[in-house]
Design a protein around this ligand. Structure first.
Ligand SMILES: Cc1ncc(COP(=O)(O)O)c(C=O)c1O
Length: 225
């Protein structure tokens, strides 16, 4: 007897990956980068060693993580704060899933310096990076018939998370000839009363541009219908 079934009756588990999600993540920049790196004759982490005259060094231009390089160090102030917090034994608890109150207060104070209004800790939800934040936002915004506006090209995570939450992903164009600015006419054409969010990653990924304040205020205007 296994799992309530006799041996001869064993059925196959019927787990299959979500095909829509697979489709939305198959063209990520990182997958191509990994494919290229895995085909290099010398692993990138050996670059600092003397590799002989016949080998051309490879300059890794696809690194997103500065900690791979010893010249990028976290400030000692941040390191000391972390060590002091751990040694204080004040934060060994099972914390609230929205983040510890002192941390949320600190984030609210920091962000309020650039805003015309004051944020409070209640306005802050701390997550484990963008991926978790996007999951939470999509789940919160999901309602029957809702759609989100995503840039094309976009980081693939957003479409995948929209699909998981039953939200329709609609794409607006970024214009390469205008430094990857938003095609505002296109945004107006695809937005409707069921649009619950529009994504603008700034600096943008994968295009790497930074939107000017002037352009961002035009985007805001085109979206306030
Ligand atoms: C636009 C964008 N969204 C989300 C993510 C995922 O962020 P995280 O690694 O913090 O989960 C990235 C990571 O590069 C990103 O560039």
């Amino acid at each position: 007897m296994e799992n309530g079934m006799c041996k001869g009756e064993l059925e196959q588990w019927n787990f299959t990956p979500n095909k829509e999600l697979l489709k939305s993540s198959e063209n990520s920049v990182r997958s191509f980068l990994h494919m290229l790196i895995s085909n290099l004759p010398n692993p990138i982490h050996n670059l600092t060693q003397d590799e002989g005259e016949s080998t051309r060094p490879v300059i890794p231009l696809g690194h997103g993580d500065p900690s791979n390089f010893p010249c990028f160090r976290t400030t000692p102030v941040a390191e000391d704060c972390l060590i002091d917090s751990i040694r204080s034994a004040k934060y060994n608890c099972y914390p609230p899933c929205t983040g510890m109150l002192p941390a949320r207060k600190a984030v609210a104070n920091y962000l309020s310096t650039d805003l015309p209004y004051e944020l409070t800790a209640e306005d802050v939800f701390l997550s484990n990076g963008c991926t978790q934040a996007v999951e939470i936002m999509m789940a919160v915004l999901a309602s029957p018939g809702a759609n989100v506006l995503l840039p094309c090209p976009a980081y693939p995570l957003y479409e995948g998370r929209a699909i998981c939450s039953g939200i329709e992903a609609r794409y607006f164009h970024l214009l390469p000839e205008n430094g990857w600015e938003v095609d505002l006419d296109n945004v107006e054409a695809i937005a409707d009363s069921n649009t619950v969010a529009m994504l603008l990653a700034n600096p943008a990924n994968p295009c790497g541009n930074v939107f000017s304040y002037e352009h961002l205020s035009k985007v805001k205007l085109s979206f306030s219908f």
